[in-house]
Structure formats: C-alpha cells, structure tokens
Design a protein around this ligand. Structure first.
Ligand code: DC
Length: 239
C-alpha cells in the first residue's frame, strides 16, 4: 500500500472531465489509476448477464442480494493497453472497455452503486489500488469514503447542460446518433440518484478543491489543479 499522502482523489458528477483529468495527472506523476466507476459499470454488466433487470426504477431486495453476491465474487481485472496507455477492464477475462462506456451501462452502474452492501463489498478492492508510487482515484466517494485521508482532493463539476453538450458532441464525433434532450435527462437522472442515495452520496469532501469546468477546457482545468497541488503538496513531483 502506498503512503496515504501519495493519493489524489478526483470526484464529481458524470461527464465533468474526471477521466481525462485523472489520465493527465497519472501521466504527469507516473502514478497508478483507479477508475472506480468502471468497477460499478462492470458489476452492472455482470448483474445483467445473470438476468437481473436494471432498467426498473426500484430494485427488489432479492435483486439487491443477488447483485451483492455478484459484487463479492466479481472476477475483474484492470490492464494497461500498451498502445493506447489506457487502463482497460476485464470481466472473466473478457475486455469490456467499450461495452461499459454506454449511457445505459452508466445508468445500470448508478443503480447497483446505490446498494449499501454493494459499496461495502467493493471497498477493500478499491483500497488495494493504493500501491506505490502513488494513486489517482477517480469516482464519486474517493475523497469522502474510500481515501478520506488523501491530502489532495479534487471535486470536478460542470453544469448538467454543459456535460450533456459535451457528451452529445463526443457521440456525434464517433458517428453515433444522439439526442441532446435525452442525454440531458439521463445525466440529470444519474446526478439525482448519485446525490440522493443514503450511503456515500456524491458530495464534495469538506477539504476538496472544487473546480467548475463549465467555462474551462481540459488544459485550463489541468493547470488549475496542478497549481493547487504544487502549493498544497510540494513533495508531489512529476516523473
Ligand atoms: O464515473 P462513472 O460515470 O463511470 O460512474 C458510473 C456510476 O457508478 C455513477 O453514476 C455512480 C457510480 N459510482 C459510484 O457510485 N461511486 C464511485 N466511486 C464511482 C462510480
């Protein structure tokens, strides 16, 4: 396990740019990455493969128990793709890098993530990512629950409209059809579920540095965050 001072947490709602910021920070410091959202996304996929319907508004207790059992025995692995340098998730040896990135997979993840016993089941697995020389941990509760002793906690946010617009442009660029209003509704529904759940809700840690990226590009976000890190943790040095 790495020193708890060598952890940077990056929390915030979906589509605020956490993944890109995490990648840039990991490259800058040459540290490891925890994409905790991918864990919940994989659990969503695994639960669906077991026949659980995650499109329903309220999950039954029985479904909750089955999902918790699946979370406890999840055969998941993360490997760095040597070409893209991206961390790719595997379930039972199958690469899920693409299939977990859909909006449906995000909604499914948000549903399984609202079950307190599921969060408990995945806690130790997330803590295991804290190995030397350091960790950039991306999620919703990295700074409030999983790594609450981290010295640097970033909370990256942006308006829902802005996040929907970015997602829309990303999908259009990929040649995938997209509907702006549907994307906005989906983002708002996910924000609401992530913020209202009783356990580990999406909130900034009291000691988080909050960055609103609505009017900033990713380079400007990165610069602001680096400036904050240099001031608060001058011992964190680039590779
Ligand atoms: O970061 P993401 O979009 O990949 O996350 C997908 C969902 O997983 C998100 O809507 C809520 C859940 N999640 C969570 O509850 N806690 C985390 N630390 C990370 C993700």
């Amino acid at each position: 396990m790495c020193n708890t001072t060598n952890i940077i947490t990056v929390d915030g709602p979906s589509g605020a740019g956490k993944g890109t910021l995490t990648q840039l920070l990991a490259e800058y410091f040459d540290w490891n990455i925890l994409d905790s959202g991918a864990l919940y996304r994989i659990l969503g996929v695994a639960s669906q493969l077991e026949g659980i319907d995650l499109t329903v508004d309220e999950l039954s207790n029985e479904s909750g128990e089955k999902i918790t059992l699946t979370a406890r025995s999840l055969d998941v692995d993360f490997k760095v793709n040597q070409q893209s340098k991206q961390v790719e998730p595997f379930l039972n040896g199958e690469n899920l890098a693409k299939s977990i990135r859909t909006d449906d997979a995000g909604q499914a993840a948000s549903k399984v993530a609202a079950i307190p016993a599921v969060r408990d089941a995945l806690l130790a697995r997330q803590k295991d990512f804290a190995i030397a020389p350091g960790l950039i941990a991306d999620g919703r509760d990295m700074g409030t629950v999983v790594f609450k002793h981290a010295v640097i906690k970033i909370f990256l946010t942006a308006s829902a409209e802005c996040r929907a617009k970015r997602r829309y442009e990303q999908l259009i660029k990929q040649g995938v059809g997209a509907n702006m209003r549907a994307l906005l509704l989906s983002i708002q529904a996910r924000d609401k579920r992530d913020q209202m759940r009783p356990v580990a809700p999406l909130v900034p840690a009291a000691d988080a540095f909050i960055v609103d990226s609505s009017e900033l590009n990713i380079e400007q976000v990165f610069e602001q965050v680096l400036e904050y890190i240099r001031e608060k943790a001058p011992n964190f040095t680039s590779k």
